[in-house]
Design a protein around this ligand. Structure first.
Ligand SMILES: CC(C)(COP(=O)(O)OP(=O)(O)OC[C@H]1O[C@@H](n2cnc3c(N)ncnc32)[C@H](O)[C@@H]1OP(=O)(O)O)[C@@H](O)C(=O)NCCC(=O)NCCS
Length: 288
């Protein structure tokens, strides 16, 4: 075989990389005292700034759950787990939460989302293969509006035009009326999960992303401004329960070779017991 023989490298020779992602589902806690002790002063200020009680509960529950899960791995009480949520656009603390200062050499990737009665926390890391590979994760859940069976409300026209391209809008329009809202939110959650995994959030135009259609396996098909985007994104559909739609995306490192074989393993769980356990004990004792 000559050194220039390009057939020499066979993708089967790359070790399989396993990315494990634990997805924890919870209902917002109704008693603020259950989560307030876990919040730092920045988080407390954000919490207090929410006008509506349900927004405060979703925010506080997500933070508590994320800190409980990360603290359990690191042997720290939740209040000692720091999440840096500095927005990379404006510097305010409403961006992607990144665990900082954990004793582990490879802190996991984290993503949070909340909507209606659902709070979801995704924790991802590589567990086999390219173990040093840093992945990031994005999760999104959206509640279907109560009137969703009546089709897409006209108030969504602007959002639809801004987030879906012509072809995607046509696909949603051709769905039976009762499925159009869910179809649109499937596109939305898939795109938002990708943009959360990349850390851009809604600062990036959703229309530039093309994702697979509702009913098909979730995939990023095209990204106009990032030609190699689809190669680095792996996606999964989640099961948030009736009345909700949710998606998850994992971003692989830049040097992910074309031949990388990636197995994305999703474990979905209810966080009910974790939160109930935490509620029964003083927070400082919740270590490991
Ligand atoms: C992040 C964003 C996509 C959230 O969408 P949403 O459907 O309203 O809310 P979700 O519950 O699904 O997700 C919110 C969570 O996403 C996370 N998040 C925020 N910015 C993020 C980013 N750039 N990348 C990844 N995750 C992000 C946070 O954990 C946030 O929850 P928290 O603040 O309670 O911790 C959207 O609000 C956004 O892009 N915001 C930034 C854009 C913006 O407001 N720019 C103007 C000021 S710089």
């Amino acid at each position: 075989m000559r050194a220039t023989d390009t057939t020499f490298w066979n993708s089967d020779w790359y070790p399989e990389t396993v990315v494990e992602c634990h997805v924890w589902w919870a209902a917002p806690l109704t008693d603020p005292h259950a989560y307030l002790p876990a919040l730092d002063t920045t988080e407390r200020a954000r919490h207090d700034a929410y006008q509506r009680e349900e927004d405060r509960a979703r925010f506080g529950t997500a933070r508590l759950l994320a800190k409980l899960l990360l603290g359990r791995e690191a042997g720290l009480p939740p209040a000692e787990v720091e999440l840096d949520a500095t927005c990379r656009e404006c510097g305010r603390p409403h961006g992607r939460p990144v665990p900082v200062g954990l004793p582990a050499t490879r802190p996991p990737a984290l993503s949070l989302s909340h909507s209606g009665d659902r709070v979801v926390v995704a924790v991802a890391r590589t567990v086999q293969g390219a173990l040093s590979a840093e992945v990031t994760v994005g999760v999104d859940v959206e509640r279907l509006p109560p009137e969703h069976a009546l089709g897409l409300p006209p108030t969504l026209d602007g959002v639809l035009a801004a987030s879906l391209d012509e072809e995607e809008r046509r696909i949603v329009g051709e769905l039976p009326e009762a499925d159009r809202c869910a179809g649109f939110l499937t596109y939305w959650t898939r795109k938002e999960a990708v943009l959360k995994a990349t850390g851009e959030g809604l600062t990036a135009p959703m229309r530039r992303l093309r994702v697979s259609r509702p009913g098909d396996r979730p995939r990023l098909l095209r990204r106009e401004d990032v030609p190699d985007g689809p190669r680095r994104i792996r996606m999964a559909e989640l099961r948030p329960g009736p009345g909700y739609t949710a998606a998850l995306a994992v971003l692989l490192p830049e040097d992910a070779a074309d031949g990388w074989r990636v197995d994305l393993r999703i474990v979905e769980r209810s966080a009910e017991r974790v939160l109930a356990y935490a509620a029964q004990r003083p927070m400082a004792t919740l270590v490991g």
